[in-house]
Design a protein around this ligand. Structure first.
Ligand code: NAD
Ligand code: WQD
Length: 345
């Protein structure tokens, strides 16, 4: 075994893909998830893919006592990958306090336990949302942090600050890496794990695959009058498997002492910007389906365009996204098909 990693939110979308990669790299994995946005069955699916069933604890990280008990029981944890959070931008505008409590308190509880139980390393799920609409594209890690567009985005900014301040105060005993993800899409090639949105999807990719399958009638394209080549918004979509691999590199970096500062942050994207129409075209190519869509007005709060400068991640981490936009839409479609087939059984 390379070491023992606690993965919070490990049955969620990005967490489950990362658990698979960790196990395949020889790590022992312990998952904590309260199943507020995922299913217990994901643990069995991880076992199907890897042949190893990770240990699973179902509880809420807001519960300080339970967090403490976990670390008292699971001794020898070498690092934490902290995915668990609430993540729906629109919902965060409706229920800001739920977002502040969940996203901030969970992190504070973990950091307190890390100090008490001498857990040395943490990788944190941050987001390109911390940049807002950058002044310069592609955006690099030194870009200014703009006022947050939503309470969700604000929690990511504050969590980065909580990490920076506490890691500084812990004076070398805890190291942290914040990975600022761009737009993760796609699913594992096994077709066994993927994104499981509850209700009507807010994000583009699951809305497209559900429309392709006939669950939604039509995709609304939010605006074609932006100052971009085809008028639709541009994002840096990244395959979730590439993203998962970045976490293994980040945790390895700290465990092997190769980190250059106690707290570091990296952009995790492909470095390419694709428009909404590019994604639709890719989906049509890889699924062989014609997508029913119509252009509607802009969505409030959307930024026009963003894509990552990944130079620092590429050079420092030695990590680079490998998979193409067609790999992303193909695997997302395969996952949609597998999910629906399973539901009909
Ligand atoms: P997800 O909802 O699929 O996974 C999060 C998991 O955390 C879920 O399984 C949920 O049940 C669990 N969870 C939430 N609150 C918890 C709590 N208090 N205690 C225990 N478990 C809890 O989301 P995801 O897309 O996998 O995102 C993972 C992380 O990455 C989040 O922090 C999210 O903000 C961040 N992120 C996601 C995206 C994206 O587009 N998906 C982009 C940037 C950053
Ligand atoms: C992508 C593009 C939409 C749905 C969100 C969060 C961000 C990060 C990733 C966590 C945009 C367009 C979408 C639809 C559409 N998450 N679209 N019709 O908004 O870039 O980012 O998820 O940190 O914080 O804000 O992703 O998938 O919602 O949208 O036209 O039905 O697709 O306008 O241009 P977004 P998204």
């Amino acid at each position: 075994m390379k070491g023992k990693i606690l993965v919070t939110g490990g049955t969620g979308y990005i967490g489950s893909h990362t658990v698979v990669e960790l196990i395949e790299q020889g790590y022992e994995v312990v998952i904590v998830d309260n199943l507020s946005n995922s299913e217990r069955e994901v643990v069995d699916r991880i076992e199907k893919i890897t042949g190893v069933k990770p240990k699973f604890y179902e509880f809420d990280l807001k519960d300080q006592l339970k967090v403490d008990q976990l670390f008292a029981t699971e001794t020898g944890i070498n690092g934490i990958i902290h995915f668990a959070a609430s993540k729906a931008v629109g919902e965060s505008v409706q229920m800001p306090l739920v977002y502040y409590r969940n996203n901030l308190v969970s992190l504070v509880n973990l950091l307190e336990a890390m100090q008490k139980y001498n857990v040395p390393n943490i990788v944190f799920s941050s987001s390109c949302t911390v940049y807002g609409q950058p002044d310069k594209l592609p955006v690099d890690e030194s870009a200014p942090i703009k006022p947050a567009e939503s309470p969700y985005g604000y929690t990511k900014q504050v969590c980065e600050n909580i990490l920076r301040d506490s890691i500084r105060a812990f004076a070398g005993s805890v190291h942290g890496i914040a990975l600022r993800y761009f737009n993760p899409i796609g699913a594992h090639p096994s077709g066994l794990i993927g994104e499981l949105p509850r209700g009507v999807p807010n994000n583009l990719m699951p809305y497209i695959t559900q429309t392709g399958y006939g669950i939604r009638e039509q995709l609304s394209v939010f605006g074609d009058d932006y100052n971009t080549p085809d008028g639709s918004c541009i994002r840096d979509y990244i395959h979730v498997v590439d993203l998962a691999k970045a976490h293994i590199v980040a945790i390895n970096r700290m465990i092997s002492g190769k980190n250059k500062a106690d707290f570091e942050m990296f952009n995790i994207g492909t470095g390419n910007g694709y428009s909404v129409f590019d994604i639709i075209k890719s989906f049509e190519r890889t699924s062989g389906k014609k997508l029913n869509y119509k252009v509607v007005g802009r969505r409030a709060g959307d930024i026009e365009q963003i894509w990552a400068d990944t130079t620092i991640a590429n050079n420092e981490l030695g990590w680079k996204a490998q998979l193409t936009i067609d790999d992303m839409t193909r695997s997302a479609w395969q996952w949609e098909l597998n999910c629906r087939e399973k539901m009909q059984k």
